[in-house]
Design a protein around this ligand. Structure first.
Ligand code: PLP
Length: 390
């Protein structure tokens, strides 16, 4: 990244030598990202990260679907092609999501429902395992398609809190058969270090990724927009990224994203086994030494680097601070704006009782985690929990 933040400082849209150097770096990064994601270079739209990629997917598709002319009566749906028509008069334009989505997806869905005439947001149910309820999803899509136009389905590939991998291929298959005009988006931000997206996200029309989840720079990401998938740009101006996202490119960010994705892909198989074993030792160790603790999601669905545990009788923010004092960095989820601790929407959707959700923290393991880190956590965490309970 360093040369593109310093010496090769040209604007990639320019024509002189410096500009050409920057443009070559950008296009090389695009090719590398595309090949690692199983896409074509023209299908990669660089963004400022996962949130922007999610916003572009949701708002871009809904804005386009809602503004287009109504479908003339009798127009057949072409299976597998994304929505190209607006809803007929009197029918809602619907986005269906899981209740487990990141705020980067849920908030634009709420915004679209509030601001774009005719748009509605519906969510299916999730189970206690952390995975969406496919029967409920299918029923919801089928029922919606009878009375409205399903313009977009957005289901994440893996959840950022529980780490639970979602049945994306089944979601794609069900959507293609029940609502063939719908665009399918997946937020693959959390899954990208652990799953080969060229395979795991193959059926989706839109795929969001973010560099910092891969060890790359913060503030860089991409949305895969498969050829033929129509969306309105959300950032307009100079027409960059084939009119899908305007603004001068973050060349160093794109280079960093490509390098991080390349490094993560090369190490994926080995790292998944190594980190998965460390996670199992951490989870099993804590489950066997600490009383009244439960694993939030069913581990057979969970990514190798995730370990979310709920400690009864403990306030998660207090536990986060106590562990931080001991040099162990864990996440307790977000406190709401008023400062009052609300259970996360993900845990609520999974039906985790409030008393357990109150004490839920997430350990994240990755390429920098080693056996000594797990040993230290196994020593420190039980003492911290005991102290807070006392
Ligand atoms: N989606 C998921 C599942 C995430 O975990 C995150 C980041 O935490 C995002 C989207 C947002 O990505 P970014 O931080 O690059 O905006």
């Amino acid at each position: 990244m360093a040369p593109y933040a310093a010496t090769v400082f040209g604007h990639p849209s320019g024509s002189h030598r410096q500009a050409r150097g920057a443009r070559k770096a950008l296009e090389d990064a695009r090719e590398q990202v595309a090949s690692l994601l199983g896409a074509r270079p023209g299908e990669i739209v660089f963004t400022s990260g996962g949130t922007e990629a999610d916003n572009l997917a949701v708002l871009g598709v809904l804005s386009r679907a809602a503004r287009l002319d109504p479908v003339p009566p009798g127009t057949p749906h072409v299976p597998g092609t994304p929505a190209a028509h607006g809803a007929p008069e009197g029918r809602a334009t619907v986005v269906v999501t899981s209740p487990l989505e990141h705020a980067g997806v849920l908030e634009p869905c709420r915004l679209a429902a509030a601001r774009i005439r005719g748009v509605e947001h519906r969510t299916c149910r999730a189970g206690a395992s952390g995975v969406i309820d496919m029967d409920d999803f299918e029923e919801l899509v089928a029922e919606t398609a009878r009375t409205a136009v399903v313009a977009l389905v957005s289901v994440m590939l893996a959840n950022n809190e529980s780490g639970a991998v979602q049945p994306l291929s089944a979601v794609v298959e069900a959507t293609r058969s029940l609502a063939p005009g719908a665009v399918v988006h997946t937020d693959a931000v959390q899954a990208s270090p652990w799953l080969d997206l060229a395979k795991a996200a193959k059926g989706a029309d839109l795929v969001s990724i973010s560099a910092h989840k891969l060890g790359g720079p913060k503030g860089a990401g991409a949305l895969v927009v498969r050829e033929g998938c129509l969306l309105d740009p959300m950032v307009v101006g100079g027409g960059q990224e084939r009119e899908r996202r305007a603004g001068t490119h973050n060349v160093a960010g794109a280079v960093g994203l490509a390098a991080a994705l390349g490094a993560a892909s090369a190490a994926r198989e080995e790292e998944s086994v190594r980190v998965g074993a460390l996670r199992d030792r951490l989870a099993d160790g804590l489950l066997s030494t600490v009383e009244a603790v439960r694993e939030v999601a069913d581990r057979k669905h969970v990514l190798p680097g995730h370990c979310q545990l709920a400690f009864e009788g403990v306030d998660r923010e207090e536990l986060v601070l106590l562990l931080d004092d001991a040099g162990i960095c864990v996440s307790g989820g977000a406190a709401c704006a008023s400062g009052a601790l609300e259970p996360s929407h993900v845990l609520s959707a999974m039906g985790v009782p409030r008393t357990a959700a109150r004490g839920a923290i997430r350990f994240s393991l990755g390429h920098t985690t080693g056996a000594a880190d797990v040993d230290r956590a196994l020593e420190v965490v039980p003492r911290a929990v005991e102290r807070l309970r006392a």
